[in-house]
Design a protein around this ligand. Structure first.
Ligand code: UGA
Ligand code: MN
Length: 238
């Protein structure tokens, strides 16, 4: 099966560095299609060139965050993820076999993660490292079944971060209502609400050795201060 990685991305000083690092990972994964969705009114030449140079099969989309998100939204990137889902629903059909993963542009991905998720029949889950002030969060597995979550934010049926699950493409196509809802949504609930529309807890497929291996890290790139920059006579893309 193909792996479809949906990545929201937005303009900031470290964007190209983050996307370069992610592209260097993804280009090593066979049968992968990268759906990059810019949080912008137009597609930028920076991202377009980066995608072309990466050699990765890709789709480049854009959608600006809704106005009610301008002053900070409970779900960064979710309007963009929805557009990626729309694209899949328009361009892929029930005869296509695939797995859909939401990969943020600043996380760190082990290549093994992609081979783990490739066999997803329904919805698969695994641990995420360096998150919520902890070394990791993870699904708790008993006798090969997910029975709960080790998480810094309890009280959710699906206590996972965006980086901690993948969904079979056919399940996405069969459930057009599976989208991220931003308006009126509570912060930290978007993954839970999305998965709620797709699966029951007992049907989750634990990956990464029964969720005992960290293959993805919720790293965050330090904000580049740029307070020492002086004017130069050339215009260099950074
Ligand atoms: C955490 C979760 O890991 C994200 O999956 C979730 O979307 C986010 O919180 C949230 O709920 O707001 P975090 O590291 O805090 O992630 O968020 P970012 O990495 O800053 O943003 C997530 C993704 O959305 C990134 O790929 C980023 O480039 C993109 N983004 C961010 C936008 O498209 N627009 C923005 O204004 C901000
Ligand atoms: Mn992040």
């Amino acid at each position: 099966p193909f792996i479809y990685v949906i990545t929201p991305t937005h303009k900031r000083p470290t964007q190209k560095a983050d996307l370069t690092r992610m592209g260097n990972t993804l280009r090593q994964v066979p049968n992968l299609h990268w759906i990059v969705v810019e949080d912008a009114g137009v597609r930028s030449p920076l991202v377009a060139k980066l995608l072309l140079n990466s050699g990765i099969p890709h789709t480049h989309l854009n959608i600006l965050k809704p106005d009610y998100c301008k002053s900070g939204c409970v779900a960064r990137g979710s309007e963009q993820r929805n557009l990626g889902l729309d694209w899949l629903r328009q361009h892929r059909g029930p005869l296509d076999s695939g797995v859909v993963y939401f990969g943020d542009d600043d996380n760190t991905y082990d290549l093994e993660l992609f081979e783990e998720m490739r066999s997803t029949k329904w919805v698969s889950v695994w641990p995420v490292g360096l998150i919520a002030g902890r070394w990791y969060e993870r699904p708790v597995v008993h006798n090969g079944k997910v029975v709960g979550w080790f998480t810094g934010f309890p009280g959710r049926r699906f206590g996972t971060d965006m980086a901690g699950f993948a969904v079979n493409l056919n399940l996405i196509l069969a459930n057009p209502n599976a989208r991220f809802v931003l308006q009126g949504a509570k912060s930290g609930m978007q993954e839970n609400n999305f998965l709620n529309k797709l699966t029951k807890l007992e049907d989750l497929e634990p990956k990464a050795n029964n969720c005992t291996k960290v293959l993805v890290w919720h790293t965050r790139t330090e904000k580049a201060p740029l307070n020492k920059h002086v004017k130069d006579n050339v215009d260099i893309e950074v």
